[in-house]
Design a protein around this ligand. Sequence first.
Ligand code: NAG
Ligand code: NAG
Ligand code: NAG
Length: 819
Amino acid sequence: MVVQSSQPSGLAWRWFCKDSRQVFLVLLCFAKLSFGQIRYSIPEEMKKGSLIGNVAQDLALDLKRLRLGRARIVTGNNNQYTELKTDKGILVVNERIDREQLCGDVTPCSFSLEMILENPIELHRIVVEVIDVNDNSPTFQSNGLDFEISESAVIGARFVLESAEDFDVGVNDLHQYELSSNDNFALKHLSNPDGSKYVEMVLQKPLDREAQSRLSLKLIAVDGGTPQRSGTVNVHVTVLDVNDNAPIFNKTTYRASVNENAQIGTYITTVNARDSDSGPNGKITYGLSKMKAGIGEIFVINDSTGVISVSGNIDFEKDKKYEFRVEAKDQGGLTDTSQVIIEIADVNDNAPVLNVMSFTNPVPEDTPIGSTIAVINIKDTDSGRNGNIRCFMDKSLPFKIEMSFTNYYNLITNSDFDREIVSEYSIAVNATDLGTPSLSSTTILHLKISDVNDNAPRFGETSFSAFVIENNSPGMSIFTVLAQDPDWNQNARISYLLEDSQTSGNPDSSYVSINSETGVLYAARSFDYEQIKALQLVVKAQDGGSPPLSSNVIVKILIQDQNDNAPQVLYPVQTGGSLVAEMVPRSVGVGYLVTKVVAVDVDSGQNAWLSYKLQKATDRALFEVGLQNGEIRTIRQVTDKDAVKQRLTVIVEDNGQPSRSATVIVNVAVADSFPEVLSEFTDFTHDKEYNDNLTFYLVLALAVVSFLFITCLVVIISVKIYRWRQSRILYHSSLPVIPYYPPRYSDTLGTGTLQHVYNYEVCRTTDSRKSDCKVGNAGSQNVLIMDPSSTGTMQRMQSEKSILDEPDSPLEVSSIRCD
Ligand SMILES: *[C@@H]1O[C@H](CO)[C@@H](O)[C@H](O)[C@H]1NC(C)=O
Ligand SMILES: *[C@@H]1O[C@H](CO)[C@@H](O)[C@H](O)[C@H]1NC(C)=O
Ligand SMILES: *[C@@H]1O[C@H](CO)[C@@H](O)[C@H](O)[C@H]1NC(C)=O
């Protein structure tokens, strides 16, 4: 407690007079003149009843005076801060005194009060000064301070902070601010022009949202009192993002592989980039960048996940590897790129392709072994085993395959060809790759073998036999030789020629001619068996190759006998006039050989097989003729009654068909003595008359024959002219015409017609006399049929035994081979 001397103070007065109660003002102003004042100093916030000052003592008033004078306190307002204890003469605190409430910022702070005494009235002024006590802390208005500061804020950026308030005054007032420790901000104390203080936060170090996105600071305000009081407010700094970070891929190169022909949508790999920014600045979209043309059609990247997958057709054969860059981009436009390398794995999806680069076709059959026929190029666009090719073909074919260069294969002959056996080959060349599963393809080469004249014409037999019956018509076809040539076309075109040789001093060509194209042998003349029995010809067949090849065959033409000669009686000799008779004695018995008729036949075989028969006889009972041998024998005893003159007519017949015969008259004289015979045989002269008659008949017959001959000649000429005109018509109608006629054939016989069939069979006989020819072993024989109306020839086979018998058939010559 401070007691000050009661010196009137002009200031206090002034303050007092300003009070609103004018009535007391006049009174007090008057009283003042009479009395002094006292002054006390007390701290604020004293308890009720605390002593302010001993008024009685200080005013030198005794307690009695106070009681009698009914001392009391008078204040200008309602506040009764103080109470006067009259019994002790002291002033005490009546209610709480708050300096801040009483005075606010005004210093010094005091209030005054008056003590009035009555009897006599005394007025004393008491001034109580209230001294500040540090009872208030600095306080902030808000609970917390929130700042949003971009991380891009530059150093030195200032942020004004809220000021704190302290109701105390003087040293107890706000003294300074402090900021909790941090790296980024510092405080700067500043004063307003009116002297009030404030602080700013100044950025000292750049903010990094990515390092620290929120700062929590404390701003502390302290006063100067003792003990010191302080107030705190939280400062929240939110660092605002700035797109200061680009996305970054977590690899510089991504490698992956995928099979070719992978399905659309097949996963390949994932690229990943990070952006430490937040929000849109950290939102990454992926894309393909710096693409080669076409990559966008094959691969696709998911813009949000970075998954790269297949979106098109991948062909290893087009590209084995794809390289491109992917880009990551945030919303702020910052980017990063990374490389992606995708290897394509081969799949065996391509079959080998065969290309025939050259192909020699046809090849001649004499092509030597080892000749290259074709060159084949085989490609497989796959790689590795998938493109590794094996090439092969059917082992049974006479070819082999050899590789010449990479991918080139030669087809080489591996054995000799024979066009006559195989004229065409289908060569399937198969190429297979080694992939799994392997693919293959085949090409087929159709190779033709061309002909070389390597085969001579060949006849079916080394020799042939043909039979022709004598007296044939010239130009008749006898036989056909036929050769085969397995070559082709011109090399197989056969011409038949007759080789030069001679038979009986005449060239063979004077006997037969040959049609060079058909091989038909024609008789060039009419044969006479009795002159020539056989011809041996050499026929040459020659092909049209270059050089030509040929071969020969022997053709035996056997002339066959016809019964064209009657038997000739050699004995007994028939003379016109003289009489020859055989003598038979009367004494002879049975079986007496009278004579033997001897006859010959120049024909052969059956045609020369003679038989003898008795045709007429004077006495048939007396003689017989041996059928085989012509022996005339007696068949009974000759008697005296028998006539001397016996006349026998013996007919000699051959066995031909038809048979020819000759008769001979045998005179037999049955007598014992020659004179007897003579007398009897004068009768034989009668036969002269008979002979005269015969001469007449002969002349007559000659005349008739001559007439017939002339008639025939006329008929033949007419027919020939008619035929000639017809053949002209045939030429114009271009009907097939035999290109070759043996000259004699056409000269002499326009038609070659023989209306009868001659079947001839030669039989094996034991009689060695006649048979020239034996029937051959059971084989086939050639039969030539000549059709006179068409003048063509036809050959057919006939068994040995079957003999054609139709009477209307054209001329047939059956030939039997002779061994
Ligand atoms: C890159 O990111 C992907 C996806 O998060 C992850 O699978 C891969 O392991 C990362 N690579 C590296 C090298 O960190
Ligand atoms: C990317 O992938 C996500 C998640 O798998 C999917 O939902 C989205 O449809 C895909 N985007 C495209 C463009 O395919
Ligand atoms: C080629 O040969 C292989 C193996 O013998 C066979 O499997 C395939 O079918 C053949 N290819 C053709 C097209 O014939």
